[in-house]
Design a protein around this ligand. Structure first.
Ligand code: PFF
Length: 483
């Protein structure tokens, strides 16, 4: 039983607490923060959605982050093995390991479409990088992005990309290959090293672009008002479900990432403050991303509710009209790329660690295998924008009736698998796992432990369960929303 010793059969461990924090923050901070969060906040009217989101992070996300990391560390294996070990130690049914299986499957599915979206980011890194070089060589380094192009031409770039399956798939392949390469290099030599370089670079770039928006535009105050003045009429069951799904997605919960990374944490790390730092850093970045993006969007009179095209179409239009927009555009897409890469490696690590533990494959073989299959699923998602654009995989189900292939995978994992996975973790840790083991792992005592346990055992299952239910059956609350 691996309950007394950290470290797993699938790899080495983190070299230090800082290394773990960087890797876990790297896993958490990703497309979810910079692409999905501002998109959802914009679509759902800003303030109220963000307030609910922050509430979910504190009351549900934070206790769950701690629960997952401690399960991983206590179990000391891949996600499935860890939950199985803790269940065995707690004299509970082996079936609880299904939590690990559900999570690994979710992470694997997320990886497959995440890499496709990251491919779009790479496209814009190249396009804006080329644009900036062009501006530089023509002696105008501070030109706006895509100078000389009309708004239609700039927004049309995305349509062109989507209409080009070979390019979409090629970029997806590049991103997946980079992810596989890092995971194949190991926990210390791959994942930890990548996080150590990419995360600090990411933060510097994020601060640069946010300051730029605050200084160059007059709309920083408007953005703050939009983000932090709640309009509760904009909230409905779907928005609540989306806020929860987003909180779970952004914190990398219920997708095997934290369970797996937790197993590489040494015994002497105090988990409660560590989990708190991870959750706060992730939420802080989401807020900063909003403060980075909305002033720029507002400054040129664009709509914050533009949907998924917000950063790929609206922002390039804005960069076109702004001083040094060419350079800033390049910096902006590069920082998203860094964030996406440190997240995708955590998505790949979950299933890879399982393949290593279960089949005794060597790490590179396991990483290539898992990455290869995820790549294939991603190819189908990419084709959903062109060749298969008519396909609605779950079209018979009202909540997915309009969703293309990628949206369906995104919605199915975010709205169903993640809430379900989180619900089960809360029930298991709150009610079934050995209480002494759990308390000892958290490092919490007295009132703080009671409070945490109350959140995990009562608040999380009830709130997550309700949101899951209402998300699946919107008609339960507002019959009108059912159609
Ligand atoms: N948290 C990542 C993001 O916000 O982009 C996505 C993610 C990574 C989800 C790792 C789940 C996971 F295990």
């Amino acid at each position: 039983m691996a309950l007394t010793q950290a470290g797993t059969t699938s790899g080495d461990g983190w070299s230090s607490r800082t290394a773990f924090i960087l890797a876990a923050v790297g896993a958490a901070v990703g497309l979810g923060n910079i692409w999905r969060f501002p998109t959802l906040a914009g679509e759902n009217g800003g303030g109220a959605f963000i307030l609910v989101y922050i509430g979910f992070v504190i009351l549900l996300g934070l206790p769950l982050v701690l629960s997952e990391i401690l399960l991983g560390r206590a179990g000391g294996e891949d996600a499935i093995g860890s939950v199985r070990n803790v269940a065995a130690h707690s004299k509970r049914s082996e079936a609880w390991k299904g939590i690990g299986a559900l999570q690994i499957t979710a992470g694997f599915l997320i990886l497959s479409f995440y890499s496709v979206v990251a491919g779009w980011v790479i496209n814009y890194v190249f396009a804006s990088g080329g644009d900036f070089l062009g501006a530089l060589f023509s002696g105008e380094p501070f030109a706006g992005a895509f100078a000389g192009e009309s708004q239609e031409e700039i927004t049309g770039r995305m349509g062109e990309l989507f209409a080009n399956p070979a390019l979409l798939i090629g970029l997806h392949a590049v991103f997946m290959a980079a992810t596989v390469w890092i995971v194949a290099s190991g926990v210390g030599d791959g994942i930890e090293k990548a996080a150590k370089w990419l995360m600090p670079a990411f933060f510097v770039l994020l601060v640069i672009v946010t300051l730029y928006g605050a200084i160059v535009t007059d709309e920083f105050g408007d953005a703050v008002a939009f983000m932090f003045t709640p309009d509760f009429s904009a909230l409905n069951p779907t928005a609540l479900n989306e806020a929860l799904g987003q909180a779970l997605f952004s914190l990398s919960l219920a997708a095997g990432g934290l369970l797996t990374y937790g197993a590489y944490v040494s015994r002497d790390v105090n988990l409660a403050p560590t989990a708190t730092m991870i959750a706060f850093a992730d939420t802080g970045v989401a807020m900063l991303a909003g403060l980075m993006i909305f002033p720029i969007v507002f400054s040129v009179g664009l709509d914050p509710a533009a949907g998924p095209a917000l950063i790929f179409q609206s922002l390039p239009i804005a960069f076109n009209q702004m001083p040094a927009g060419s350079l800033i555009g390049f910096v902006f897409f590069t920082l998203i790329f860094f964030a996406a890469l440190t997240s995708s490696i955590s998505l790949l690590e979950g299933p890879t660690a399982w393949v290593i533990d279960r089949f005794r494959f060597r790490r590179p073989v396991a990483a290539i295998l898992v990455g290869g299959v995820a790549f294939a699923i991603g190819v189908v998602c990419a084709l959903g924008y062109n060749v298969l654009s008519e396909v609605r995989p779950l079209g018979f189900w009202d909540i997915f009736a309009d969703s293309d292939i990628l949206d369906t995978l995104d919605g199915f994992t975010g709205k169903i698998m993640l809430p379900l996975g989180a619900f089960l973790v809360a029930v298991f840790v709150g009610w079934f796992a050995d209480r002494r083991l759990v308390q000892q792992q958290t490092g919490l005592s007295g009132g703080m432990f009671m409070l945490w346990r109350f959140l995990v055992a009562f608040v999380c299952p009830i709130a997550v369960g309700l949101v899951l239910l209402f998300g699946l059956f919107p008609g339960l609350i507002t019959p009108a929303a059912a159609g």
